[in-house]
Ligand binder design. Structure first.
Ligand code: MOS
Length: 702
């Protein structure tokens, strides 16, 4: 037994193994219970009524005809809804007044004995509105555009090193381009769902989210309750992509309705309702200016990003932040502008910031490579920084170059003819492209309890969330490794706010942050066991860990995972169809805990990146002030038919300055760079640069 923090000396062969998901059988047999599936006695079903106007007031709600319908018990609206306190998220102050801030906002919940009766009652509910003219379109020259102080999650909105304008004026080569990305909607398989039940003044909710303690905290603030009075359970979650990263309307509406009726209430969203109520990725307009010498060495990098927010809450996407750490340049400026509109608040969607930001940066780098006649990989290697360009801090580890070289080798990049639009295969023009990838590797404080039971088994309790990532399996491996026991002696319990505060499954920080608390508690427990000569006393032994101080005491380094994406496209220049027959991703993301689930995360990210490049687009209907496509027939995500060969591998990276397990997150990095790599390959195939996503057929042939 050892208590050293050196990961190299503490790992057992369990770490890294591609163990099958421990919950796989529970999931495929239906034994795993999701938040909309808990049967409670006397359950009432709620159906959300949404505003059909983007801005204005409710003139009147006449519930009489709805209340006379079979099974309908009540209509919850702003006149009878419980009063809510501030939650630090004004979008959650639902049914508190007659104002409508965006189309699709909840204005009432019809409560009935069955879901069908609630839906029929909602269809019949008589609500009249006083509509006002709305403003819903992002444009860079809008007079209300402003500079936010901070961008998500808490970066300064602007940065400046050197004199970018002077360096651009003096540069031998200048690339000055505008790129645009559309609004995109998170579409996890499981729509948001909550089952809420009050027992006197204590509230129990089963809720589909990415972090039960975060939702617990929001409910405490909204309903003015101490933590001990609110329990949030989310044992199984069918995906989130950021849309479940914080409390969303269903949990608030269900909790209010359950309070009003004194009975358990379930509120589930339909796929269509999700398009207005749970967040989305902001559209962006980005200007990137690069100045270099003829050899491609950067003299200046300027990245200015425009995005939108709502009028009730500021969410500022960190679009240009990726440009602060990617490439070496003596003159570096980034800035963000934000436009409040009569729209729902944009939120997190897989790799907020890095996903749209890297599309612009990595496309511009490809344009620079073309202008300088330098190979795009060589261009990136020439601009590899020793220290973080913006802050001057050292990287805890940085293996971008290793990923570029390994990716090039696996792809066969050396044989590539750099000239565009010269390869043809029947009706297809063929091209290849690449882009760098990156994502921050941060940690947040978490708590954990580990119990040694007298039968030689261990119970680990942590408010972690497995949203389909495999975190449950990875954390069990980490615990067994730390305890030096076989996997089957560890029972891991997650998804219950009673286990104490913990980081959400977000920002690619979940497994990294939780692992730290798990390892700390396990080591404490091993120490206790040592004092008992290895024997568990009758009452068992318990260790608790809180990593608040450990996380705060970290070295002053900057932590990021890196990667490189290489792929081939086939473009039909008559129809504009783009296919991606082959994708290769190589990543350097610290220690990989579970080879199987990690591979799935990285592949999943790349597939989502393919969708981002070619398919995903929420189109604003200016007349109605809402996104036009509200289902998976109108909003296309990449499916099996879109994906051919995807190969993922990783560099064996040892990082002793991230956390005791040497883990960097892998949930988001897979999507970063994919869209640029596809746009770069489409240029190589056709000779035409695509600067607006998605790369639709009409854009290819126009
Ligand atoms: Mo992720 S978009 O940080 O949940």
């Amino acid at each position: 037994m050892t208590s050293t923090l050196d990961p190299a000396t503490t790992r057992t062969p369990l770490m890294g193994q591609g163990i099958n998901r421990l919950d796989a059988i529970a999931k495929v047999t239906g034994e795993a219970r999701y938040s909309g599936e808990y049967p409670l006695d006397g359950m009432i079903y709620g159906w959300v009524v949404q505003a059909p106007i983007a801005k204005g007031r409710i003139r009147d709600i006449s519930p009489a005809s709805t209340l006379s319908m079979p099974g309908v018990l009540a209509v919850l609206d702003y006149r009878n809804a419980p009063r809510l306190s501030d939650a630090g998220d004004s979008e959650l102050l639902l049914l508190q007044g007659d104002r409508v801030y965006y189309r699709g906002e909840a204005v009432a919940v019809v409560l009935a004995q069955s879901l069908e009766q609630a839906r029929a009652g909602a269809d019949a509910l008589d609500v009249s509105y006083l509509a006002e003219s709305h403003d819903v379109l992002l444009r860079a020259d809008h007079p209300d555009m402003y500079t936010p102080e901070l961008v998500n999650p808490n970066f300064p909105s602007a940065s400046n090193v050197g004199d970018v304008d002077a360096a651009l004026a003096a540069a031998e080569v200048v690339i000055d381009r505008v790129y645009a990305t559309p609004a995109e909607h998170n579409n996890p398989m499981e729509p948001h769902a909550t089952t809420a039940h009050w027992n006197g003044d204590t509230l129990l909710v089963f809720d589909s989210n990415q972090g039960a303690s975060s939702v617990q905290m929001s409910l405490c603030r909204l309903f003015d309750l101490p933590r001990s009075a609110v329990q949030v359970k989310s044992e199984y979650v069918g995906g989130g992509f950021g849309a479940k990263g914080s409390a969303r309307p269903p949990v608030v509406l269900a909790s209010m309705a359950a309070r009003l009726l004194g009975r358990p209430v379930r509120v589930t969203l339909t796929r269509q309702q999700m398009f207005a109520m749970v967040g989305y990725r902001t559209p962006t307009i980005q200007q990137v200016r690069l100045g270099s010498d003829w050899s491609g060495r950067l003299q200046a990098l300027d990245h200015l990003a425009y995005s939108q927010t709502s009028k009730i809450l500021e969410f500022a996407e960190q679009t240009a932040v990726v440009s602060r750490m990617m490439y070496a340049t003596p003159n570096l400026r980034t800035a963000h502008r934000l436009l409040p509109l009569d729209v729902p608040t944009p939120r997190w969607m897989r790799a907020p910031g890095e996903a749209p930001g890297s599309f612009a940066l990595e496309s511009a780098m490809d344009e620079l490579a073309q202008a300088c006649n330098v190979d795009p990989i060589e261009l990136r290697i020439r601009n590899e920084p020793d220290l973080e360009p913006d802050s001057g801090r050292p990287f805890s580890s940085r293996n971008l170059v290793a990923c570029l070289r390994e990716g090039a080798r696996r792809f066969g990049w050396d044989d590539r003819d750099p000239r565009p639009a010269i390869r043809q295969d029947g009706r297809w023009r063929i091209g290849s492209g690449m882009a760098s990838s990156t994502y921050p590797a941060r940690n947040a404080p978490s708590t954990c309890q580990v119990q040694a039971r007298s039968d030689g088994t261990f119970e680990v309790r942590i408010t972690a969330s497995d949203i389909g990532t495999g975190a449950r399996t990875a954390l069990t491996q980490i615990a067994a490794d730390a305890l030096r026991v076989e996997l089957d002696r560890v029972e891991l319990r997650i998804g219950d706010s009673d286990f104490g505060p913990a980081m959400i499954a977000g920002g690619s920080m979940g497994t990294a942050s939780w692992s730290w608390a798990v390892v700390k508690a396990c080591r404490d427990l091993l120490g206790q066991l040592d004092m008992h000569s290895g024997a568990v006393p009758a009452g068992g032994l318990l260790a608790r860990a809180d990593t608040k101080d450990d996380v705060a005491a970290q070295a002053d380094v900057t932590r990021h995972a890196f990667g490189a994406q290489f792929l081939e496209v086939a473009v039909d220049i008559r129809t504009g169809e783009v296919r991606v027959p082959r994708m290769i991703g190589v990543f350097a993301a610290g220690h990989i805990v579970n080879a199987r689930t990690a591979r799935s995360q990285l592949i999943g990210g790349m597939i989502m990146g393919l969708g981002m490049a070619l398919l995903e687009e929420s189109l604003m209907d200016l007349r109605f002030g809402d996104y036009l496509n509200h289902d998976l027939a109108g909003y296309h995500v990449a499916s099996n038919a879109d994906v051919r060969s995807i190969e993922v591998s990783w560099i064996d990276e040892q990082d002793d300055q991230t956390n005791p397990s040497g883990i960097k997150g892998i949930g988001e990095i897979g999507i970063v760079g994919t869209a640029a790599a596809i746009a770069n390959a489409v240029w190589h195939a056709t000779g035409r640069r695509q600067r607006t996503l998605p790369i639709r057929p009409d854009r290819v042939i126009s």
